[in-house]
Design a binder for this molecule. Structure first.
Ligand code: HEC
Length: 255
């Protein structure tokens, strides 16, 4: 106690940060360049004297300012990118070049087109079906006819139980649209079934076109004509009509 009285242990006094006054704070702020200033490599206006280049044109002076940081980053960035690009596409061959990319896109487009056609051909109905006498369609139609229809209509469409399909006389109307309709819905009471469930719209379209191609083939043993004579409009007219129909349809949806 006595000793403590004589020589007291000093209390640890917390060191206080000196509180800056406003002026001092401003000064400190000025000396510390902001991010913006760093990015643009701006020099404080006081240093302008040192930057001045020693020539003047009509009193216009030039400063030797440093290249801004953002420019350097961009510039060296492109150099590095170019090296990487060169390696990836041309030296290493990891990426496809334009020509190959073009080919790839075309292949993809073709696949998409095929898929689209496949899909849209399965939405054909008796109104939208088109006359089509391309070889592949007729071949497909022939195959379907031989395996499904020939038992009743004869292998040449000459008619057995079912009527002759090669003449101009039709019980339910000739022409691609009527034929499609008859095949799709059938005439169940008279022994011609509806094929809607067994054949896809595309297949019905193909077999309808095949039947169209049988016209006037005059097979031996042809069954006598049944029904009424059907005046065939130019199939081209039919095509024009369906084109017009689809046009007016798209017009209608636009409105
Ligand atoms: C079981 C026998 C049978 C089979 C199988 C059959 N049909 Fe028929 N088909 C008939 C009969 C019977 C008629 C006549 C219906 C009537 O008298 O109204 C007919 C009528 C038709 C007509 C209408 C002819 C006209 O004069 O208007 C078409 C087109 C037709 N068939 C196409 C086909 C196609 C295509 C197939 C195969 C996918 C097929 N038929 C399979 C029995 C058959």
């Amino acid at each position: 106690m006595y000793r403590e009285q004589l020589n007291p242990t000093p209390y640890s006094v917390p060191v206080k940060e000196p509180v800056l006054d406003y002026e001092a704070w401003l000064g400190q702020k000025k000396n510390k360049p902001s991010v913006w200033e760093k990015l643009l490599s701006l020099k404080p206006i006081e240093q302008e004297k040192d930057l001045e280049i020693d020539h003047a044109y009509d009193g216009i002076k030039e400063l030797n300012n440093p290249v801004p940081a953002w420019f350097n980053v961009l510039f060296f960035g492109t150099v590095i990118f170019a090296a990487g690009y060169l390696f990836y596409y041309h030296i290493g061959g990891y990426g496809d070049l334009q020509d190959q990319e073009y080919v790839n896109e075309m292949v993809k487009a073709q696949q998409e087109k095929a898929a689209f056609l496949e899909k849209s051909s399965n939405t054909i109905d008796e109104n939208s079906v088109k006359f089509d006498n391309t070889q592949t369609v007729l071949e497909e139609g022939r195959g379907i006819f031989n395996s499904n229809c020939a038992v009743c209509h004869g292998d040449k469409g000459q008619g057995i139980i079912g009527p002759n399909l090669t003449d101009e006389f039709w019980l339910h109307g000739g022409g691609i649209n009527n034929i499609f309709k008859t095949i799709k819905y059938g005439v169940p009471d008279k022994g011609m079934i509806s094929w809607e469930k067994n054949l896809s719209p595309k297949q019905i379209s193909a077999v309808s076109n095949f039947i169209m191609s049988l016209k006037d083939t005059k097979p031996v043993g042809a069954k006598a004509p049944q029904g009424e004579k059907y005046e065939e409009k130019d199939p081209q007219d039919n095509e024009m009509k369906s084109v017009k129909d689809s046009l007016s349809k798209t017009d209608a949806t636009k409105e």
